[in-house]
Ligand binder design. Structure first.
Ligand SMILES: Nc1ncnc2c1ncn2[C@@H]1O[C@H](COP(=O)(O)OP(=O)(O)O)[C@@H](O)[C@H]1O
Ligand SMILES: [Mg+2]
Length: 252
């Protein structure tokens, strides 16, 4: 397909048009049943935005995040990431786009248990072919930025939940992605630690212009974002500016 067809004329960071997603499952009799999870999603996210996606369990938040992260594909509709039509990319190109454009943060931290914090953060650079010593040097710099420099040689089980999430955020940042996708990043953390992690996201957004899309079902957490999107049964039912955004400077 030509680049004219595969590139969207205006290039926001994320552009989604008329996107639907269905899963096909086999029932007990081997009959295929289709479960539609996302319905006619239209969404534009520009560089520098901080978006919270809210909704009850099962409303399609993670499904949408997996599509945004190029970990899953839509059933119909279009998705452009940084102006590129994701549907026409080869799996190598997709892997490269993911590696260069997106930092992932998950509820369960997803750290490798037998590795130090330093090596967990260095992993994306090692995958990109950078030497171990150079990767570790850069990883230490990112641990410093999230306040964890002195924990570099600790393994995940020697760190608190909040510290483990900081390691995961450092790992997400190390390739300088313009976009961070975080699916319930505070879901396993207590209120105080959740607040610290949200302040860190807010700082990364405000001071470094990193675009953040974060899933939560908690109002207190969503309050740190500049824009709120609410999903209900697979439909976007609210998309608005967050006038009552919790202010970093007031909250500290
Ligand atoms: N891989 C899958 N196969 C089949 N159904 C799925 C799959 N992933 C999610 N679903 C279904 O899609 C719906 C939305 O799930 P999900 O996006 O995880 O919701 P949320 O993150 O808002 O809790 C649920 O009904 C869930 O069972
Ligand atoms: Mg989910």
């Amino acid at each position: 397909m030509s680049s004219i067809q595969s590139n969207h004329p205006a290039s926001p960071l994320i552009r989604i048009e008329n996107l639907c997603k269905s899963y096909s499952l086999q029932d007990a009799n081997g009959k295929t049943i289709t479960n539609q999870v996302l319905f006619d999603i239209n969404l534009t996210i520009n560089p520098g935005e901080f978006v919270a996606i809210m909704g009850h369990s099962g409303s399609g938040k993670s499904t949408l995040m997996n599509i945004l992260g190029c970990l899953d594909t839509p059933t119909s509709g279009s998705f452009w990431l940084s102006g590129k039509n994701v549907a026409v990319l080869s799996s190598d190109e997709l892997a490269r786009i993911r590696n260069q454009n997106i930092g992932f943060v998950f509820q369960g931290f997803n750290l490798l248990k037998r590795m130090t914090a330093l090596d967990n953060v260095a992993i994306p650079l090692l995958y990109a072919g950078i030497s171990r010593s150079n990767s570790r040097k850069q990883a230490l710099e990112f641990l410093r930025r999230t306040g964890l420099e002195s924990f570099a040689m600790h393994q995940p089980n020697q760190l608190s939940g909040g510290q483990q999430q900081r390691v995961a955020i450092s790992r997400a940042l190390i390739n300088h992605p313009p976009l961070i996708l975080a699916d319930e990043p505070t879901g396993n953390l207590d209120t105080h630690t959740s607040r610290e992690i949200m302040l860190l996201f807010q700082q990364l957004n405000r001071d470094e212009g990193i675009t953040i899309v974060l899933v939560t079902h908690e109002n207190d957490i969503a309050a740190y974002a500049k824009r709120l999107i609410r999903l209900k049964d697979g439909y976007i039912i609210v998309d608005k500016n967050n006038a009552a955004e919790t202010n970093l400077h007031e909250a500290v």
